[in-house]
Design a binder for this molecule. Structure first.
Ligand SMILES: *Cc1c(COP(=O)(O)O)cnc(C)c1O
Length: 383
């Protein structure tokens, strides 16, 4: 790192909560019960996250109980939901062609076939029309994913899932706190999920995630799957073949301390993003993400740039680190290429992979840093 570089992944993410972290290590570490996984803190974290989701909803949008099941990661959450839904070797699951590896890997790991849907060229989330065209009588589930700052078109995905009788899994890993038409991200499908890996908006210093569902059957199944198929009352009775995907008590205690301040951090991200979008609105060769607050959570601020690599170099020359999510569509990855039907193309996903660039949006950026980033992008566009 050169002097004065504004990193994309800040090294001081948890500085403000350093004392809290040391306190929870002491508290959990010295407690007489010596319980380090799936204990009281995890149970309380699950309960409070569920309440937080219901509080975030507009009145009437959430009518049934919300079950939150903490587990080892966002990837594990997605994999266990698909497993609990019966995804198996002879079925297909429709996933976005542009996004992170777990979208396809979880499907392949269950022996099923991922079917890749192209995306909307501006929002970069899965195109509902394209997803619907790919549904066949072998489709078990569709998995739209919210990306960067924009929620997928969940009202349409609900309609599509209902019309075709397929399960709807909402990969809301990055959209915690987003609300679309009164309903929070995570509560649109049969199940949703959040990831708490450090870079996510409710990241923590370690691995973890949750499954969120209003389907009690699914909640029970995932609770068993996360701990080797046991039901939580009797040890060494394995009702089904599961996983080791348990949640850490230290992390749960830390997240319980940080939950009350999450809204303020999300608000700061949204303010920074709104400032960028206003500054970038008329710039030649730059397309900012769609503005607004409905269905938005500013996890990553990704713009589209005609000359992306030159913009990246220009920013680096001004001491600003940026990041490309994602450099290739999923079906173009060596690991998933065998699931790409010969000759098929995903032109919008390919365009996004070639033109998207993310600039820092973390909440502890100062106003001066935010302005510096916006100035540097503006200077490039007007050069
Ligand atoms: C981060 C992420 C995941 C996986 O979460 P992990 O906790 O890193 O396993 C899944 N889906 C999306 C869209 C993500 O961004």
């Amino acid at each position: 790192m050169t002097a004065g570089l504004l990193p994309f992944f800040p090294p001081d993410l948890f500085d403000a909560d350093r004392e809290v972290l040391l306190d929870v290590v002491r508290e959990v570490g010295l407690a007489p019960e010596q319980r380090f996984i799936l204990g009281e803190h995890t149970a309380r974290f699950e309960r409070l996250l569920g309440e937080w989701l219901v509080e975030t909803a507009r009145d009437g949008a959430v009518t049934s109980a919300v079950d939150v099941v903490a587990c080892g990661s966002g990837t594990a959450a997605l994999g266990m939901v698909l497993h609990a839904m019966g995804v198996r070797p002879d079925v297909e699951v429709v996933v976005p062609a542009f996004g992170c590896a777990p979208l396809a890997a979880t499907v392949v790991n269950l022996g099923a076939t991922p079917v890749f849907a192209d995306i909307d060229p501006h929002t970069m989330v899965a195109d509902p029309g394209e997803v619907e065209r790919l549904v066949t009588d072998r489709t078990a589930a569709i998995v739209p994913a919210h990306l960067f700052s924009v929620m997928a078109d969940m009202p349409r995905f609900r309609e599509i899932a209902a019309r075709h009788g397929v399960r709807l899994v909402e990969d809301s890993a990055v959209a915690q706190g987003a609300v679309l038409a009164g309903r929070p991200a995570g509560l649109w499908g049969d199940a949703g999920l959040f990831s708490f890996v450090q870079v996510k908006t409710f990241g923590m210093p370690g691995e973890g995630g949750v499954v969120v569902t209003q389907d009690p059957e699914l909640g029970r199944a995932v609770r068993m799957l996360r701990n080797h198929g046991q039901d939580g009352t009797r040890r060494f009775v394995h009702h089904r073949i599961g996983y080791n995907s348990r949640f850490d008590e230290l992390q749960a205690a830390f997240q319980l301390h940080r939950l009350p301040t999450l809204a303020a951090r999300l608000e700061r991200r949204a303010r920074i993003a709104e400032y960028y979008t206003a500054r970038f609105a008329e710039l030649p060769g730059i397309v900012p993400p769609p503005d607004g607050r409905d269905g938005r959570a500013y996890y990553v601020y990704s713009l589209l740039a005609t000359h992306r690599d030159e913009l990246r170099d220009h920013l680096a020359g001004r001491g600003i680190d940026s990041h490309v999510y994602y450099p290739a569509p999923l079906p173009r990855q060596p690991a998933f290429a065998r699931h790409a039907p010969p000759g098929r193309r995903w032109p919008h996903a390919e365009h996004a992979a070639a033109h998207t660039l993310a600039v820092p949006v973390y909440p502890h950026l100062t106003d001066a840093q935010v302005e510096h980033i916006a100035d540097a992008v503006t200077e490039f566009a007007r050069r």
